[in-house]
Write a protein that binds this ligand. Structure first.
Ligand SMILES: [Zn+2]
Length: 146
């Protein structure tokens, strides 16, 4: 075995030992209404210790109370991963422009929520618009056909 290939194996082993984790911004856990799924959700900067061994809550500036602590580095949190297909109308007939702009829009929207867009694939196609959901077909109302 050459020294060069041995070095490559060492570098590879070092890389395998490093955990990679996308860490989105913490979001505020303050409830908003009597709805169990209604939370503030704003970017959190504070940690509210809860007694009784419960996990601490992440808190935004608006919901901060005395006794809340700055968010520590290395905090443990639940990261949610959603896999979906998202359809947007292209802003251009040029696929590269339409796709790049759509990615930017999604990155901005997800970023405003404190999330991170882990883009896997983007593509586009030319399609014919159909009727809006619930609309009567054009031949039944005498309108233009699409
Ligand atoms: Zn909040």
């Amino acid at each position: 075995m050459s020294e060069n290939s041995s070095r490559k194996r060492m570098v590879r082993a070092d890389i395998d030992d490093v955990a990679v984790c996308v860490v989105p911004a913490a979001r505020c856990c303050s409830p908003l209404r009597n709805d169990p799924l209604s939370f503030c959700g704003a970017i959190a900067a504070w940690l509210r210790p809860l007694g009784g061994g419960a996990d601490p809550s992440f808190i935004c500036d608006a919901h901060r109370l005395e006794g809340d602590l700055p968010l520590p580095v290395g905090r443990v949190f639940r990261r949610v991963r959603v896999t979906a297909e998202i359809f947007l109308s292209g802003v251009s007939q040029d696929s590269a422009i339409a796709q790049t702009e759509a990615i930017q829009v999604l990155e901005r929207a997800v970023g405003e929520l404190g999330g991170y867009l882990d883009l896997k694939r983007v593509w586009s196609s030319r399609v014919r618009a159909g009727l809006p959901p619930g609309a009567a077909p054009a031949d039944q109302v005498g309108g233009d056909t699409y």
